[in-house]
Design a binder for this molecule. Structure first.
Ligand code: ATR
Length: 284
């Protein structure tokens, strides 16, 4: 139920019809019986800045920002009077905007937080400091994942990507203990690692499979995939068969949403089995 005092938020994207965020935030709004709404907000790139200003004028509390607006949101938050969290500055993109009463923007990036929280929830006792992490892929997702792992105390990141130059650029830009290895070395690079992460689109429904030789992977390594369709990717299935602990990627999506929801609606939401089932089922 909504009244005239409803709190408003939403997700800005182009397109935005594929976004799970309205279902996700809608679940929490219902669960906590909050007088509020979370809307899909399709906005073309050339209208992004004016759309954000309009949301402020409309009294919105804030918004999530998804493809292709994350860098534009970052730039808006660099303007006078606006702020960025340290992790948003490190990653160089923003997925969560909070509007204050003066109309200023506060930008955060929560994908890396979601990634780490998902591992903590799915593999209790996991610690980033245990040993090296091997990251497959060098896109925006890898950027958030690596920044969060370094912040959490990961001592050594091994980064591999089909286009090596993209991995080199990412390592140089983020700084810290990141070393790049060739894509065709991804199998041998598993030796001695404590964590394996796929951040590429390989293995996603409709995409090519991820071919990966796991024979050098220690059984003690945690394996995770940011692909969550299918929920159990071929990588996770193969690692599980070898006896590794695996964590699927859906939780990253769910956990990244927590800081925004709390800031806009004033309640700290929980990621529960009921929420997972709701998102997986696709039902209203
Ligand atoms: P995101 O920002 O969501 O991470 P992205 O920037 O499109 O998305 O990155 C996709 C990742 O999947 C990249 O690391 C990409 O490798 P390239 O940088 O070489 O393009 C990787 N990827 C996509 N298709 C691939 C394929 N067929 N083989 C190997 N890597 C692939």
């Amino acid at each position: 139920m909504m009244t005239g005092k409803a709190r408003l938020a939403g997700v800005l994207g182009w397109p935005v019809s594929h976004s799970q965020s309205p279902r996700l935030h809608g679940f929490w709004l219902d669960q906590h019986e909050i007088d509020g709404a979370y809307l899909p907000l399709p906005v073309a790139p050339e209208h992004f800045a004016s759309a954000v200003r309009s949301l402020i004028h409309l009294g919105f509390r804030g918004a999530n920002v998804t493809v292709p607006h994350k860098e534009a949101a970052f730039r808006l938050c660099q303007e006078q009077g606006n702020t960025l969290t340290a992790r948003a500055r490190h990653v160089g993109s923003v997925n969560t905007l909070v509007f204050d009463a003066d109309g200023h923007l506060h930008g955060d990036t929560t994908d890396g937080f979601g990634f780490v929280e998902n591992l903590r929830a799915g593999a209790p006792g996991w610690q980033a400091g245990t040993g090296p992490a091997l990251i497959l892929g060098a896109g925006g997702a890898a950027r958030s994942v690596i920044a969060a792992l370094l912040e959490a105390g990961c001592p050594d990141v091994i980064l591999t990507n089909r286009s090596r130059d993209r991995a080199e650029a990412l390592a140089a830009d983020l700084g810290g203990p990141i070393r790049v290895v060739d894509w065709d070395q991804r199998g041998p690079a598993c030796a001695g690692i404590a964590l394996l992460v796929n951040t590429t689109s390989l293995g996603m429904t409709g995409q090519p499979p991820l071919e990966m030789d796991l024979s050098a992977l220690p059984q003690s390594a945690l394996v995770t995939d940011i692909v969550y369709a299918p929920l159990e990717t071929a990588l996770l299935a193969a690692a599980r068969l070898r006896g590794n602990v695996v964590v699927d990627g859906l939780g990253m999506l769910l956990h990244q949403a927590r800081p925004g929801f709390e800031a806009w609606f004033g309640v700290a939401p929980a990621v529960t089995e009921a929420l997972r089932t709701h998102i997986i089922s696709g039902k209203k």
